[in-house]
Design a protein around this ligand. Structure first.
Ligand code: C5P
Length: 307
């Protein structure tokens, strides 16, 4: 079956990331508030004689272009589910920072699932697609649904969250990535060192106040409630990020946090104009490899072309 389908998939940040204890399966119990941002990868899937992956964009060299690529694994998982051969050529146009804590690999997996399901004209229920997504990675279900959502379990169990209006962000992308497992290992190490290796149940409490602030659409109420339990671990592994966070606040952001497992730093700004000003100042300060503006919440993985 030839022809092709292209999906566009957003990056994410975590407005709240509460990390609970390490579970027996090697994952940490989470309570997180995801927000999809207007920074997108595009994933095209075309019928071919064999499975292949091509990555385009300035960070392409950091992304595997073999069967270990999460988008390739997504196609293989979906093909197995549907009883198909996974013979497709996958092309990923990358804009989302690689190993940046913005679910770039998860976005590509979500895009590959949505595009391949369309290419093969699968009649697959949303819940089935989300179950396959969850097997691929904790953030992949969120990359499919997008918007704003509360994530529990290891982050794969989702509840939509009410929000009003858009939040405007500046993203400071670091020159070197951080591996997610390394950052989780570092938080375990820091907690053990500090005698806090059994984080209180409060560590995974639902961020109710933040959810109310999001529903009200009041950016100044949201700003002081941004929180990331992984931030001390990311700062421990990349101490320079302290300077980046300080520079963003000095440039006029309302608040700044490390995004997910980092090292991208996300700065919440009062409005779109403020975000453009903060981005210009941060670009000149030399603390980041690249600076981008983005807004959210935006929709999750969407088909943008079918032929
Ligand atoms: O689910 P995913 O493959 O994206 O997770 C990557 C790694 O991040 C896991 O292998 C684990 O080390 C860590 N992780 C975790 N707890 C979570 C999610 C991820 O410890 N809830």
């Amino acid at each position: 079956m030839m022809g092709g389908a292209t999906a566009r998939v957003p990056a994410k940040i975590n407005l709240h990331l509460g990390v609970g204890p390490l579970r027996d399966d090697g994952y940490h119990e989470l309570s997180t508030l995801y927000c999809a941002l207007s920074l997108y990868d595009e994933v095209t899937v075309r019928g071919d004689d064999a499975l292949s992956v091509t990555v385009r964009g300035e960070n392409r060299r950091q992304v595997p272009s073999d069967a270990t690529n999460l988008a390739a694994r997504a196609v293989v998982a979906l093909a197995r589910h549907a009883g198909m051969d996974p013979h497709v050529a996958i092309t990923i146009d990358k804009t989302i920072p690689v190993a940046g804590g913005m679910a770039g690999g998860s976005a590509d997996a979500a895009g590959a699932l949505v595009a391949a399901a369309r290419l093969w004209r699968l009649d697959i229920a949303r819940d089935e697609l989300l179950a396959i997504a969850a097997e691929l990675g904790s953030d992949v279900p969120f990359s499919v649904v997008g918007g704003a959502a509360l994530g529990t379990g290891r982050g794969e169990q989702l509840l939509p969250v009410l929000h009003r209006g858009a939040l405007h962000w500046v993203l400071a992308v670091s020159g070197s990535g951080l591996s997610t497992p390394d950052v989780y290992r570092e938080i375990d190490r820091l907690r053990a060192r500090d005698g806090d290796d059994q984080p209180a149940a409060a560590g995974v409490a639902r961020p109710d106040e933040l959810m109310q602030a999001l529903a009200s659409g009041d950016v100044r109420a949201v700003a002081p409630l941004l929180h990331n339990d992984l931030q001390p671990a990311a700062l421990s592994l990349q101490p320079m990020l302290r300077r980046t966070l300080r520079a963003g606040r000095e440039a006029g952001a309302l608040a700044g946090i490390v995004s997910g497992s980092g090292p991208t730093c996300a700065f919440l700004c009062a409005d779109e104009d403020a975000a453009v000003r903060v981005a210009a100042e941060l670009s000149g300060s030399g603390v980041a490899k690249a600076v981008r503006t983005a807004s959210g919440p935006v929709a999750g993985a969407r088909l943008i072309a079918v032929n």
